[in-house]
Ligand binder design. Structure first.
Ligand code: PSU
Ligand code: MN
Length: 340
């Protein structure tokens, strides 16, 4: 059996000059632990549309083999819009902006790699220093997207304030990251395993624009098109969405934007059914103490909802991320036309 080994590093020239917090771009270029895939490199240099994709969903968010199939499908959907997918992850201590098919397969094979890390901002330095493999969460993916100058990032669910977060202080680093990465994050809202109301309050406090990308201003709740909360803004075309990002760029604002895209209508009825299992999973996590385990809480809840719904939640999960990838591609194309 031939064992696949990570490839040598690619060129790393041309990372975003404008990324304010990156003081040592030269150093990063020369010795940084970061490999930009040549296709992404060329696309960014030519200001062609690129969409960042995360890998925690691959390593911790979905079971095998659906995790790999979904990651591949999402890349294909981004390509179908005319944009270029940049799946971001960490392989043996190197940040990869744009994974080769072999690299994606390697990361997705979590069964043979139980030590793969869920990498948020706080984990980046240690994971790299210890040469680990890692799936990047929204927070870490936002950082690397911003570093590379990628303006749009599509995923399923953003992290948020956990239920009871006002006591436990379990608030995802994803929220704060949106204050310092000028990237449009396209997601299906936040999952009802979280406290959606407090998540929206937190985003307001942090000054992160929340835009429902839909015909209504309902803020979506992942499996369901409606959370019972409203978004402060509503847009339903890619050109206007891109204009929001471009405006912030023109004004030198360093924060991102949350575009919340509801799951397609045909999954709404299932979403309402799934809600019961979500509540059960949350109750169990409180009883068995998983809710106090920090970064393990979200993957556990995702897995438990999958078990309780006999895989129905997974079908919805795939559908909603394929949908955000489509919208992400369209916004990236509109942005490239505006900024190009
Ligand atoms: N929600 C999902 N699927 C996921 C995640 C969230 O429905 O895979 C992942 C994302 O990568 C997100 C992370 O950034 O979980 C948030 O984890 P935490 O709550 O520990 O910050
Ligand atoms: Mn947490």
């Amino acid at each position: 059996i031939s064992v696949w080994r990570p490839q040598p590093r690619w060129r790393t020239t041309g990372l975003a000059r404008s990324y304010a917090s990156c003081q040592s771009l030269e150093a990063l270029r020369n010795i940084g632990p970061i490999d930009v895939h040549p296709e992404i490199q060329d696309a960014l240099a030519a200001k062609r549309p690129v969409v960042a994709l995360e890998t925690t969903i691959v390593t911790h968010g979905m079971p095998q083999p659906v995790n790999l199939q979904t990651a591949q499908s999402v890349e294909n959907i981004v390509r179908s819009t005319g944009a270029i997918p940049a799946t971001i992850g960490i392989i043996q201590g190197r940040v990869k902006i744009g994974l080769e098919p072999r690299e994606l397969e390697y990361l997705a094979d979590v069964q043979s790699k139980p030590s793969v890390v869920k990498v948020s901002r706080r984990d980046i330095g240690p994971a790299i220093a210890l040469q680990r493999d890692g799936g990047t969460t929204c927070s870490a993916t936002l950082i690397f997207a911003a570093l590379a100058g990628i303006k749009v990032f599509a995923t399923g669910g953003l992290g948020g304030v956990h239920r009871g977060g006002e006591q436990s202080m379990d608030v995802s680093a994803d929220l704060h990251e949106l204050t310092r990465c000028p990237v449009g994050l396209v997601s299906a809202g936040v999952k009802s395993i979280l406290d959606i109301g407090r998540t929206l309050e937190c985003l307001e406090t942090l000054g992160v624009p929340v835009v429902s990308y839909a015909k209504t201003d309902d803020f979506p709740a992942f499996y369901s098109r409606r959370s019972g909360f409203k978004s402060p803004w509503r847009i339903d075309d890619p050109v206007t969405a891109a204009h929001v990002l471009y405006t912030q760029h023109q004004l030198g604002m360093k924060n991102g934007v949350l575009f919340a895209v509801p799951i397609p209508e045909r999954y709404q009825a299932i979403g309402e059914e799934l809600q019961e299992s979500v509540e059960q999973a949350v109750a169990e996590s409180e009883e068995n103490g998983v809710s106090k385990l920090g970064k393990e809480a979200t993957p556990w809840l995702l897995k438990r909802v999958g078990e309780l719904t006999a895989g129905k939640s997974l079908t919805s999960n795939v559908a909603l991320i394929e949908n955000t990838a489509l919208v992400g591609g369209q916004i990236a194309i509109a942005y490239a036309q505006l900024a190009g």
